[in-house]
Ligand binder design. Structure first.
Ligand code: PEP
Length: 260
């Protein structure tokens, strides 16, 4: 098998109590032993971080948060800083999920501050970008992805390629059961890499991981991972069920092996 690994990220959103998360992590820890080609990242609610950290700290599983505030500390009721996430054992943080953008109307300027705040604190970033349906229908997908990357990465001048993952998540595919076509994913991921190269000419964009999110499930994972330019998945709904989540990872690993 090649050295290529697939990144499989569970975004549990506002699901699972700390105990439920812990049970899932315990089961995954065992099952992951048979999936050496998969790098797992679990992103529970903030309330579950410490419990899960305690469970997976000696394992290959990694922990991520779903959001952060850019300030180090202060009068920001309800918010969580990078150092607090580090103290809970997080290695990763998701920034710019479409639910933050469109449900919570996160200002674009916040992401410019969140990305450096996370990276400077030692957290790795999963930056989510993606077009809404009207933008795709208008043929504006590439333009939207470029603008989001230019804005969201506007607060940094460089980054180590293993510290930043871009998640292409077409908003119309998230939680809808409508998965993007492989050709659409391939095209979007190529736009991401090309834009990263334009924004950061000194960085080898082929070394930046680009993952896909949006209705990934046990039936489509193998085809998606075999799509050129896809390094893994960000999974919402199908990450809540341990059986489905592990099957997706298994299918992805099997498809990787078949490539070689
Ligand atoms: C997500 O929320 O990032 C996501 C991809 O959700 P789902 O897998 O449910 O479409």
């Amino acid at each position: 098998m090649s050295d290529r690994k697939v990144l499989v990220v569970a975004n549990w959103k506002m699901h699972k109590t700390p105990q439920e998360g812990l049970t899932f992590a315990r089961q995954l820890k065992t099952k992951a032993l048979n999936l050496p080609a998969v790098n797992f990242i679990l992103c529970p609610s903030a309330t579950g971080l410490l419990h899960i950290h305690g469970e997976i700290r000696e394992s290959a599983l990694e922990l991520g948060a779903q959001n952060l505030h850019f300030a180090e500390q202060g009068a920001f009721t309800g918010e969580i800083s990078a150092s607090m996430l580090n103290a809970c054992g997080c290695k990763w943080v998701i920034i710019g999920h479409s639910e933050r953008r469109y449900i919570f109307n996160e200002p674009a300027g916040d992401r410019q501050r969140k990305v450096p705040a996370a990276l400077n604190s030692g957290l790795k970033v999963i930056l989510c970008i993606g077009e809404v349906k009207a933008e795709r229908d208008a043929g504006a997908t590439a333009e939207v992805l470029k603008a989001q990357l230019a804005n969201d990465l506007g607060g940094i001048s460089r980054f180590p390629t293993d510290q930043l993952v871009i998640a292409y998540e077409p908003v119309w595919a998230i939680g809808s059961g409508v998965v993007a076509l492989p050709a659409q994913v391939e095209e979007a991921h190529a736009v991401v890499r090309e834009t990263i190269f334009q924004l950061f000419p000194s960085i080898s964009s082929k070394h930046v991981s680009v993952i896909y999110g949006g209705s990934v499930n046990i039936a489509n994972a193998a085809q998606l991972i075999a799509t050129p330019g896809v390094d893994g998945f960000l999974i919402g709904g199908a990450s809540l069920n341990i059986g489905d989540f592990v099957t997706i990872a298994q299918n992805a690993q099997t498809a990787l092996k078949a490539e070689h």
